[in-house]
Design a protein around this ligand. Sequence first.
Ligand SMILES: [Zn+2]
Length: 128
Amino acid sequence: MNSILRYWGYLAALGLVLAWTTHNRNWVLILVLSVVVVIYSFFRAPAWCGAPIRKKDAYCRNNAYGLLMGCHLRQHRWEKLKMTVAPKRWRELVGRCLTSTQQKLAVLAGIAGSISTMLALIKVLAKA
Ligand SMILES: [Zn+2]
């Protein structure tokens, strides 16, 4: 049960798809769900750590939560954070993010959620 609970963000993603496809779109609901999905994929989705380790071209395969977070090792969380803020290392970071199906799913949810957030935000602001 616990392992299913870790994937709650994908339920939010499913809700988001439904919210987009219904006739009377509720943009506030879409906005809220989008933000939840983005936060989930970046900070909560089960993924690999992916921080560089000393061996050349190798990276950490410990379990981590969220694409931007490292595993339980503080050093790795720090490494991931450094990769996030250095544009030169984004390619590396994205490459690491696409190493497993589970992570590809999280990346997809993160991207779709980001686009959805922007669109919903525009709609909500336009109506306000
Ligand atoms: Zn690690």
